[in-house]
Write a protein that binds this ligand. Sequence first.
Ligand code: PCA
Length: 216
Amino acid sequence: MSPGGIVRPLALITGFVPFAGDAVNPSASLLAQLPDRFGDHLLLKCCLPVDTLRAPRLLVQALGGSAPRHVIHLGLAEKRETISMEMVARNVCDFRIPDEGGCLRRGAVVPGAPEVLGVRMPVELLEARWRERGIPVERSEDAGEFLCNQIFYESLWRMPADVGVAFVHLPPDEALVAWRQDQGLPLPQAWVPMAQQREALMEMLDVLGTLTSTDV
Ligand code: PCA
């Protein structure tokens, strides 16, 4: 418990809705499968719009004044072959397509703030667990220049320093491949079963849960 008697959630986990004409986004699918509790720990969940203005507002709403121990953002990286842990967020937006509000944003995420911010997570511990379980997860140094990088940067910049912040980019899953096939659209070059993507996140939560206590 916090001094005020409020239980601090283990994590706020976010995903993004489908975008760019797709009907599936593995990050939203994975979010929808998550429980509200992980053991004794409370989880907060929030599916964000692919909208440069509305996504940050919704994130603040989801926090509802609470301070989770960790913020874990999830998003689709459709050209990736494996799950990846983003190591840095860059203070730049250079949208390749307009967001849902029609905004083709270019420029700094936070004017005057540092060019690069580093992930705040026990990355090596997490990697050891994933390796142990045979779940391939790579490091990435490039979260892109679209909504995923933006939200990652904003959380690293705005969340208190004792809150862990990570962005996990997910590759396509079988549902996205099936949908594209159905629509006669070009298929992604690789995909990872949703069951494995889910397992990667559950193992991550398990590691974070053992590191921390809800009685903060
Ligand atoms: N992926 C996009 C935005 C939403 C999503 O799931 C990105 O990588 O920026």
